[in-house]
Design a binder for this molecule. Structure first.
Ligand SMILES: Nc1ncnc2c1ncn2[C@@H]1O[C@H](COP(=O)(O)OP(=O)(O)O)[C@@H](O)[C@H]1O
Ligand SMILES: [Mg+2]
Length: 265
């Protein structure tokens, strides 16, 4: 991959929470135009890694480049960079007293001076892109979980960001809605010319629409390759994660693998 192909470049990245290193020595390039899945057990640092991309968490060491520039630590430069990031965090973050259309309009109202009729038009286009034009006037409580997730997706797309970041976009959705949301992620990525990073533990729903898979565990990247390579991996950490074994080499909670084994018994 040449430098210009990478929309995200991490070099010897170390991220800490409190005094503790959550991730260390992370080297990763994310190719422009790709859909990349980031897997790993709960607490392995997936959300922490995303927070380094959005500039919420500064590196303790190493470097983070997003959209061709080092992520600024604060100020106007950081706000500008964030306009280029479409972020869908866990849960929808939809405002319950606003309609779907009003939710999607929020970033446009906040970050642009566009006249109301233009915003209305853009909102209709974004809702159309996620297949929900007819739901424009519905309130979040009137929508199914999958529909609400798609509204949140439309809102994340509002400013036409080149890079989409999804943190657990399938949590709480039934298998059919999971499929709908993941194929939408792929289709939007390709039709709008985006790059997408999807953090999830839904391996089987995600792999079919993924170009590249990364698994983090034990504070580092334990796998980086194609979905086919992931499925063929014999690495014990990777297998444990893929096969959902309760007591492999990865401790599943902070009390360690031994405590976890007792829970399972
Ligand atoms: N804001 C925070 N302050 C302190 N520790 C945190 C914070 N966020 C996450 N952590 C810790 O960092 C580790 C990684 O968390 P996280 O990135 O949320 O994992 P994942 O998203 O993979 O489940 C966990 O041990 C978690 O307890
Ligand atoms: Mg997380």
């Amino acid at each position: 991959m040449t430098a210009s192909d990478a929309i995200v470049r991490l070099r010897q990245l170390r991220l800490e929470r409190g005094e503790r290193a959550v991730l260390r020595g992370i080297d990763l390039d994310i190719a422009r135009g790709s859909v990349v899945a980031l897997f790993g057990p709960s607490g392995s640092g997936k959300s922490t890694l995303l927070s380094a991309l959005t500039g919420e968490l500064a590196p303790a060491a190493g470097s983070v480049e997003v959209l061709g520039q080092p992520v600024p630590s604060a100020g106007r430069a950081l706000l500008e960079l964030r306009k280029g990031l479409g972020v869908l965090l866990q849960g929808n973050g939809l405002l319950t007293d606003l309609t779907a259309a009003e939710n999607v309009a929020l970033p446009l109202r906040m970050h642009t001076d566009l006249p109301a009729p233009v915003i209305e038009r853009l909102v209709a286009m974004k809702l159309h892109a996620v297949g929900l034009r007819a739901a424009a006037d519905a309130y979040p409580r009137e929508l199914s979980g999958g529909m609400a997730r798609r509204v949140a997706l439309a809102r994340a797309l509002a400013l036409d960001p080149p890079l989409m970041i999804y943190d657990e976009p399938l949590t709480g959705l039934d298998p059919i809605a999971c499929g709908v949301v993941m194929s939408l992620v792929r289709r939007l990525n390709d039709t709008l010319g985006l790059t997408s990073i999807v953090v999830t533990h839904h391996v089987h729903e995600t792999l079919p629409v993924t170009d590249h898979a990364v698994v983090i565990a034990d504070g580092g990247i334990v796998f980086s390759g194609t979905p086919a390579e992931l499925q063929g991996s014999t690495d014990p950490l990777v297998r444990q994660f893929l096969d959902g074994q309760p007591d492999g080499p990865i401790p599943f909670d902070s009390r360690g693998a031994g405590a976890n084994r007792q829970d399972a018994a």
